[in-house]
Design a protein around this ligand. Structure first.
Ligand code: HOZ
Length: 432
């Protein structure tokens, strides 16, 4: 951490970027719009840290929005990538590494009997929806308010992440005809889902959700919610899809479905399985996945899908995670962090509610409980904005939005956690 917080170079680069790219960025949330500031331009990342172009060092709790679970630029991942690079960056043809990563995913994730690799979580969710519809012969879909399944048209209804961060209404450019089949319910509300099934008999292809919400802040499922959805979908001949883009290989090696013991029909993944390179995947029951082209008629394709670099980074990352004690460490460190944050806020007389599961956490600056997106919106956005800036100045990089989960990694040390809690404590006492 440096003493003088100077962001001259970041500001100059961001000003130039605004003329070159919409909003100066390649993806909206990182533009810092909801925290009333200009973004920090990164220069390099290593372990638990990020350095900006002005030489400031930050303890990083964004972790490239999830993939950096082993710590940034893990030496084993980098070494494996360097070796793979010598053999070429993209084959556009089958490669052995795809078999290896597929097998690892199938062995790990309870619902996955077959898998298809794509290049992002958005792609995985788009493809899975087509597959749900083809398999059931139905068009309608249930999603939850504040859940985010990428930026494809049919999911941009009451979506989380950047849509929630920027307070956007459902996006212009999305035809009503595309979203008319998207039904929404509040998260953790089984009665609402029951009603939707009753109102739309034999019309709903399936239910998709983040088994732990990470795109409206951090909202765990209430006991019985996931189990209830499993029963309801079965009763109504619909499919259950877990979007584990954030939670896959993060909540446990087998994802949230392993942790909660509820097995969906299909699962989407991304982030961690790419080990920092662009990868998404979808998988599930063999009878459903066998409908995907060329095994079956449901079309989906991608030039760079399954490329050797992405497969290599994914394989190495999973190998590291599989080592004994990884998830226990993530659980323990993250719990210590969130407890420290909440206690510091309470000591300063601030309302707060927060929680963590494995290496994922979040807090809301309100009394709580927060069980759904409406309740998440009660968090004090103005205070969060000041807190975000003050934490940056103390060398801690938090997601620049109250509607994004935080991520820890195996590289975060006790000292990092202690330093972060100390910084929070100071900020809570300084900000009024
Ligand atoms: N979907 C990512 C967060 N959940 C995007 C972050 C960004 O805009 O940079």
């Amino acid at each position: 951490m440096t003493n003088a917080f100077n962001t001259t170079n970041s500001q100059a680069l961001f000003n130039a970027a605004k003329e070159l790219m919409p909003g100066g960025v390649s993806s909206p949330v990182r533009a810092f719009k909801s925290v009333n500031g200009d973004p920090i331009v990164f220069d390099r990342v290593k372990g638990a840290y990020a350095w900006d172009v002005d030489g400031n060092r930050f303890i990083d709790y964004v972790g490239s929005w999830g993939p950096a679970i082993c710590g940034h630029s893990h030496p084993e991942v980098i070494a494996a990538l360097q070796e793979a690079l010598e053999k070429g960056t993209s084959f556009g043809a089958p490669c052995e590494l795809e078999n290896k990563l597929s097998q690892m995913v199938i062995d790990a994730v309870p619902s996955v009997e077959m898998v298809r690799f794509v290049n992002s979580g958005t792609e995985a969710c788009m493809a899975v929806l087509r597959l749900m519809r083809a398999f059931t012969g139905r068009d309608k879909l249930i999603k939850f308010e504040g859940c985010y399944h990428g930026h494809a048209d049919m999911f941009l209804v009451k979506a989380g992440s950047g849509v929630a961060t920027l307070g956007l209404p459902d996006s212009p450019g999305v035809p009503r005809s595309t979203t008319s089949n998207t039904l929404t319910a509040p998260y953790n509300d089984l009665e609402a889902v029951k009603e939707l099934f009753a109102e739309n008999p034999d019309a709903i292809a399936g239910v998709i959700l983040e088994p732990i919400v990470g795109n409206a802040g951090f909202i765990p499922p209430e006991p019985g919610f996931l189990e209830g959805l499993r029963e309801l979908t079965k009763e109504n001949g619909a499919l259950l899809v877990f979007d584990e883009v954030m939670t896959g290989f993060r909540i446990s090696y087998g994802g949230a479905q392993e942790r909660f013991g509820v097995t969906p029909d299909l699962t989407t993944m991304g982030k961690v399985i790419g080990g920092g390179l662009p990868v998404g995947a979808y998988g599930g029951r063999k009878d459903i996945m066998s409908m995907v082209a060329p095994a079956g008629p449901v079309y989906q394709a991608g030039t760079l899908s399954g490329n050797p670099l992405a497969m290599t980074a994914g394989i190495k990352t999973l190998e590291i995670l599989k080592q004994e004690g990884s998830y226990e460490r993530l659980e323990m460190m993250t719990k210590k962090l969130i407890n420290g944050i909440c206690e510091s806020a309470q000591e300063a007389g601030l309302p707060i509610t927060g929680s963590s599961i494995s290496g994922m956490f979040g807090f809301y600056l309100c009394q709580g409980p927060v069980r759904n997106f409406e309740e998440a919106k009660q968090s004090n956005a103005e205070y969060f904005s000041k807190l975000h800036r003050a934490m940056l100045e103390k060398g801690v990089y938090l997601a620049p939005s109250p509607f994004e989960a935080g991520f820890t990694s195996l590289a975060h040390s006790e000292d990092d956690i202690d330093a972060t809690i100390k910084a929070f404590k100071e900020c809570f006492n300084e900000i009024n």
